[in-house]
Structures are given as C-alpha cells and as structure tokens.
Design a protein around this ligand. Structure first.
Ligand SMILES: [Zn+2]
Length: 460
C-alpha cells in the first residue's frame, strides 16, 4: 500500500544516533552543492567565507550562514501596488533558482502577526511531506500499518493554511489514509456533520477547536468515537490542563505535533506525564539552539533551553538557511520511557515573551509549568504582575496565584515556601506570591496570556 512507499523504517530507528549525524552532514553538503549552482544567495554566502559545499563542516556552516527570522528571506506578501502583481513569485523563485511555473501549490501563513508569509511547493517539495508524516503515524499506532490504513481523518485546520491545510490533506492521501477535508473555516456544525455522516475516527485541528467541541457538544464528540486527536499550529496541546480536558472529552489520546513543510515531523507520545514532542526527522532537518538575545550558540545538551533554529536538508522551495520561528524550546536527549526514537522538545515560550529577572531569563510558560505542578492545592490560574514593560523585571518577580477551594489560610504560608523553593530550583528565581481566592482571575483570557500589565495602569 501507499504507506510503504514513503516509510523508511531503518531511518526511523536511527533517529538521535551517531549514524544519523553522518547522514546529516552528507545531506547538508549535497543540498548546498545544488543551491550553490542555482541560487545566488547561497553562492554568495559560501564564497564570502571561501567555503566549498563538498568539504564544509556543520560548524563552518553555522558560522557563515546568517540567522533568519521567518520574514527576512522569505519576505512577506507586499501590499499590491500597480505593476507589481506577482512580484513575490518572481522574487522567491529567483532566490531558490526554480522556474516559477514549477510551483504546483501556493499557500501562506494566516498572517495573524502581520502580513502573511508565502509558502510555495514544487512537486519535489510535496513528495517530501508524506515521508515525515509517515513516521508520526507509525509512532502513534506503535507500528500498526493496518490501523493507519483504517484511519479516516477530519481535517479541521484552516484549509488555506500553509502546512496544516491542503498540504496535510495531500500528505495523508498519499499515505493511503482516508481524509475528509472540511477545514476550520466552515464552523464546527459542519465538522460534526461530516464526521458523523462519513464515520470519521480521527481529527486534526487546533487545541482551541478541540476544546471548543468538548465545551459545546460533549455528547456528539463522544458519539462519533474518535480514536485519536492530532493537535498543532498553536501551543496548548502541551499544557497539562488542556491535554486532560481534550483527552477526557474525546476519550482518546491527544498527540501534540509540529511540522509537515519540508518533511519535518515532531509528535508527542502517550506518556501520562507529557514528555514533549519526539523529533523523527534528524535526516531531513538540522536543529540547533541559540541564546534568544545574543544569538550565540547554546550547546545542544539534555535539558538545554534556547531559541530553536532549523536548517532543511532537502527540498527545493526552502533553501538550506538557518531559520528561527521565534520559538524557545527545551530539549531532552535521553531516551523516552515510551520507547519511541528521537530526541524530544517542549515549547518553553517565544522570543517575544521573554522576561529577564536580574539577568536570569524566564518564560511565562515555564512559570506555568511550576504552578501547574501544585494542582490540586492551587487552581492553576495565575498572573505575572509587571511594573515595567518587559523584558526587564526588578526582583522579586511578582505573581498572583489562586489557591484551590478548601485550602486553609494557615496552609498557604507553607505552600508559598514550597512554590518559591521549587521555582528557584527549576528557574533560578524566587517569586513573591500574592494569594487570590479561587475563581478571581478572568478565565476568558487566552491560556497563554499570563501577564498583568500593571505598568499600563500606572500611566493612567
Ligand atoms: Zn515518548
């Protein structure tokens, strides 16, 4: 069947080993050789350092290649000006040296934080995606190829989205997986209806949509009988409370995932305590960590935290640059208890929500991790009170934390000491805690918004 055409079991097994590192350097050199001949940009970078694609080391590559944010090289879709129609297509095709008519699929990001960023695919780029996705499906089914064949997936992400939209539909189809491309744009009623009528047994969507389905129509969710929930495109699926709610609501395991474009694939496993996402494409992507401020390299070691930088090792539409999506992650190199291959990563925050407490870098998501560890003695809701605009925070960092119903006032002092000690051990900061009764904080706010901007009220 189709799955076997795309699944490389040997490569899957050697993830996070010395063997795959040798493959990485060979593929990087091969990819640079190809671009050297057809892309002015890559030729310019290598020539300026007198480097040759055939002999370059990973270290030399990292020093020579500038770090690029999502927008720098790919460019954003410019405002349409007269006479500039399609300029972006010409620009991108020239950058990577392809015929603009070789693009067979043209998508873009949603552009929630500005203008949409374009992502174009040639046939070669499309063929790479199922190779990565196959490994995710193999891992989550514990190698049960018949179970993969019997999946019938609702595609509930925005259909126009660059990775999770049509590319996901296409990649699932190539793997012989049934797919129902409903898309998020049409609303949940239509998602429910299609899932019921076509007897879907899995769903791909954002964690917010999965939560919304549970909140608004739990019975229907249960009656459909989903066997797997695949979430991505936003954090959330890695947050214990959100996971619990979706898994209990769907009565199915939730897999937190990332990737697709360029073949990238990362997926979480079924470990009870969230173990992060397994990276299953060491042979397709080179990962490194840099300091979020100085951009200096951070050693790629067990439990290290840093800004995530990726270099694609194949494909034609994305050149072998060093790309950062602005995500700050923590990596885990030790084998996971679940037995699946690959090193793992957990989202720690974004470069733009970083806080600095006397030089110590702290992310709201890491504070959330510590606070959540004290449930059920706390509700899990909290706010970081900032007296001045981030990232600088004058110590001690101030937190408003809700204690749980039934907690006695006299026990709070002891609990506060425990939280402060735990946070100091894990994050190297000692917070000052202000206790709030349960349900004081606004629940409607997004789960990821942990900041109370006290400095804005001061100005008024
Ligand atoms: Zn695992």
């Amino acid at each position: 069947m189709a799955f076997k055409n795309y699944f490389d079991e040997k490569m899957y097994r050697i993830q996070n080993t010395k063997e795959v590192k040798e493959i990485q350097i060979q593929k990087l050199r091969k990819n640079l050789r190809r671009y050297y001949d057809q892309s002015m940009f890559i030729k310019m970078v290598l020539d300026s350092q007198e480097l040759k694609p055939e002999t370059i080391t990973i270290e030399q590559f990292r020093q020579a290649m500038p770090l690029m944010g999502q927008d720098t090289v790919r460019g954003q879709i410019p405002e349409s000006e007269p006479g500039e129609k399609g300029k972006i297509v010409t620009m991108l095709s020239q950058l990577v040296g392809v015929d603009p008519y070789d693009y067979v699929l043209m998508c873009a990001t949603s552009g929630t934080t500005g203008e949409p960023t374009p992502y174009f695919f040639t046939e070669e780029d499309l063929e790479i995606m199922p190779r990565g996705l196959a490994r995710t499906l193999y891992m989550v089914t514990h190698g049960n190829i018949e179970a993969i064949h019997q999946m019938r997936c609702i595609q509930g992400f925005g259909l126009s989205m660059f990775g999770a939209g049509v590319p996901l539909v296409w990649a699932l189809m190539r793997l012989g997986v049934g797919v129902v491309p409903v898309g998020a744009e049409v609303g949940t009623e239509r998602i429910f209806k299609f899932a019921e009528k076509f007897a879907a047994n899995a769903i791909w969507c954002t964690p917010s949509l999965a939560e919304y389905m549970v909140d608004t129509n739990l019975q229907r969710v249960r009656d459909i009988g989903f066997k797997q929930v695949f979430c991505g495109a936003e954090p959330g699926a890695g947050i214990p409370e959100v996971r619990k709610k979706i898994e209990e609501g769907f009565r199915a395991p939730l897999f937190d995932g990332m990737g697709l474009v360029g073949g990238l694939t990362l997926t979480s496993c079924e470990e009870k305590q969230y173990a992060g996402m397994h990276h299953l494409t060491d042979d397709m992507f080179l990962f490194e960590l840099v300091h979020p401020e100085t951009k200096e390299p951070v050693p790629f070691e067990d439990q290290a935290i840093g800004e995530m930088v990726m270099t694609p090792l194949q494909g034609i539409s994305i050149p072998p640059g060093r790309f950062s999506s602005g995500d700050v992650v923590q990596i885990f190199l030790s084998p996971c208890k679940c037995g699946a291959p690959g090193w793992r990563l957990k989202m720690a925050g974004r470069t733009d929500d970083m806080l600095k407490v006397k030089g110590v870098i702290v992310y709201p998501a890491s504070i959330d991790g510590v606070i959540t560890g004290f449930v059920p003695r706390v509700t899990g809701e909290f706010r970081i009170v900032l007296d001045e605009p981030p990232p600088r925070v004058e110590p001690p960092i101030k937190l408003k934390v809700e204690y749980a119903a039934g907690m006695k006032k006299e026990d709070l002092e002891k609990l506060e000491k425990e939280i402060v000690a735990d946070m100091h051990a894990k994050l190297k900061v000692r917070p000052k805690i202000e206790w709030l009764p349960p349900n004081t904080l606004d629940r409607a706010a997004m789960k990821t918004k942990f900041i109370e901007k006290a400095y804005e009220q001061k100005k008024k």
